[in-house]
Ligand binder design. Structure first.
Ligand code: ATP
Ligand code: LTN
Length: 334
């Protein structure tokens, strides 16, 4: 089957903080596993990252580092188009059109907006309209499948609603995308505060396992991870700290909860944590060594991004021209 005949899969991550095991389990790992069956676009959404404060020089470095980490995790530029969002101006252009088919009420209900705007004196408009830009990212490429963690489900529903509304108002234009949310690991929790989600921008680095953490740091963080009272290693929703570690173990080893319970029956939390740390270190070892190789060759990264931008630009232009025609804009004479 030619690349163009496969259904389109698209996803993206904001270049903020440190890519972490939550991002890997909830998103990146699934991108890699699904990439052979789809026509793929993976974005580094630098424009979304502007909605929270950034130091320009650090943002620039982080954007390239994220591209290298995508590839190091197994995204193959020969099979997948890797795109820096700001390299394709149609994302912002389509967003503007979609702003006019999105309601204030819908955006006010987004839990990510409520969380991120909480306790802030001046909330920027970008934070509010963030899901409209995400809808534009998805709809621009006629995406069929969007693999994300559970926290993005609501944003994806909005993208579907906006697509359907546009299609109803102006006739069939956009594919209505489906989410892909993994059964286990869709919401990896913080190591120290298991009631909240692990987030790559968390100021407390003890809450996250970063993909680039050294083996020593990983061992230390897992050893210190909050577990609940008791001694039996098992998945139990009333024990969020332990269950979070069991979920991580399950996804990374491919073993079911029952198999893990059997394997650690009669053993202590400490034994389980030691094995989990070994597992995480082994999963991340090849990722880190590939990452170091890729980062040593900046020319390669630039080439991947140039190819990605070119491919994405051509596709994005096609959708945007169609949108402009449907809404009644006059086409420029070429
Ligand atoms: P930030 O703290 O910078 O807002 P984040 O860690 O929440 O970042 P995003 O850029 O919002 O990460 O998300 C990137 C992808 O990783 C999304 O698909 C998201 O659903 C997924 N993801 C984020 N955190 C987790 C988590 N704790 N468990 C599973 N998936 C996650
Ligand atoms: N909002 C997403 C990142 C994102 C995204 C996308 C995910 C931006 N555009 C398109 C999937 C498809 C987040 O994870 N915070």
């Amino acid at each position: 089957m030619g690349k163009e005949q496969k259904p389109v899969m698209l996803s993206g991550i904001q270049p903020s903080g440190h890519l972490c095991i939550g991002n890997y389990i909830g998103a990146l790992k699934n991108w890699v596993e699904l990439q052979d069956n789809y026509d793929n676009i993976f974005l580094v959404v630098d424009m979304h990252a502007l909605t929270v404060p950034q130091v320009p020089a650090e943002l620039r470095k982080r954007c390239l580092s994220f591209v290298a980490q995508y590839i190091a995790c197994g995204i193959d530029p020969a099979k997948s188009t890797i795109v820096m969002q700001s390299h394709v101006p149609q994302h912002a252009e389509l967003m503007w059109v979609l702003n006019s088919v999105t309601y204030m009420g819908e955006l006010s209900r987004m839990t990510q907006f409520k969380d991120k705007s909480q306790n802030q004196k001046n909330v920027n408009i970008g934070l509010f309209s963030y899901p409209v830009l995400m809808a534009a990212d998805i709809l621009l490429y006629q995406t069929n499948l969007v693999p994300v963690g559970a926290d993005q489900k609501q944003h994806l529903e909005l993208a579907r609603d906006v697509a359907e509304r546009f299609n109803n108002r102006y006739s069939e234009t956009f594919v209505v995308p489906e989410p892909y949310i993994p059964k286990t690991g869709a919401r990896i929790m913080s190591l120290q505060e298991p009631a909240k989600k692990m987030s790559k921008s968390d100021d407390n680095l003890n809450n996250i396992l970063a993909l680039l953490d050294s083996p020593e740091v990983i061992v230390k963080k897992i050893k210190r991870a909050v577990t609940d009272s008791g001694s039996e290693v098992r998945y139990d929703e009333s024990k969020p700290g332990l269950s979070n570690l069991v979920s991580m173990y399950s996804v990374l080893s491919g073993e079911s909860f029952e198999e893990i319970e059997k394997r650690f029956s009669g053993k202590l939390y400490g034994d389980f944590k030691t094995d989990l740390a070994d597992l995480v270190v082994e999963v991340l070892r090849p990722v880190q060594s590939r990452y170091n190789e890729i980062m040593a060759d900046k020319g390669y990264l630039e080439e991947v991004l140039a190819t990605g931008a070119q491919d994405a630009y051509t596709r994005a232009r096609k959708t945007l021209s169609k949108v402009y025609r449907k809404i009644g804009f006059v086409a420029p004479k070429r």
